[in-house]
Design a protein around this ligand. Structure first.
Ligand code: FES
Length: 169
């Protein structure tokens, strides 16, 4: 018998979520959102996508299209803390590339800056760092988000303070 990944949402939980959104507007989107939230590593493993497809009777191609279209869906395990650095033009001009590199140095990621640009999760699943094209707060550039909280006008000193707080939580 094939082993079930420990990171797949348990079937009773999945069933409950599916029934909660069945036949409602935006059924697929809401279901995937809730299932991802229920996953301890905040992602949608392929096994989960298959289950959602089967339980909602929605073609797998459609489920996969939705899961890959929206940037808030993750197909890979995410860290306990999420750090998002804006790499839009305004933030780039105000030094967001240096901020990105500094996050890697301060937290000791030991990866290349380009890996962080693409999205990087530490092997202990403590941190995920990724980039975004614009937070829509260009006047306050550079902008980062840590665990969903936006920080604007971030400089080196402010970054150290923010990350110190995250590391201790
Ligand atoms: S470019 Fe960073 S908030 Fe717009």
């Amino acid at each position: 018998m094939e082993a079930v990944s420990p990171y797949v949402v348990a079937e009773p939980v999945l069933d409950q979520i599916v029934e909660q959104y069945r036949d409602r507007p935006g059924m697929l989107l809401s279901t995937l959102e809730a299932v991802q939230e229920a996953n301890p590593l905040k992602f949608l493993p392929v096994e989960t996508l298959v289950q959602v497809s089967r339980k909602l009777s929605v073609p797998m191609t459609q489920v996969y299209s939705v899961a890959t279209f929206y940037s808030f869906f993750n197909l890979k395990p995410q860290g306990r803390h999420a750090i998002v650095v804006c790499r839009g033009t305004a933030c780039h001009t105000k030094g967001s590339r240096e901020l990105l590199n500094s996050v890697g140095h301060i937290l000791g990621f030991g990866c290349e800056p380009d890996e962080m640009e693409q999205g990087y999760t530490t092997s202990d699943n403590e941190f995920t760092i990724k980039t975004v094209a614009c937070f829509g707060q260009c006047a306050q550039a550079p902008v980062i988000a840590v665990d969903g909280v936006i920080h604007s006008n971030v400089n080196a000193q402010k970054l150290i303070k923010i990350l110190k707080k995250v590391k201790s939580s």
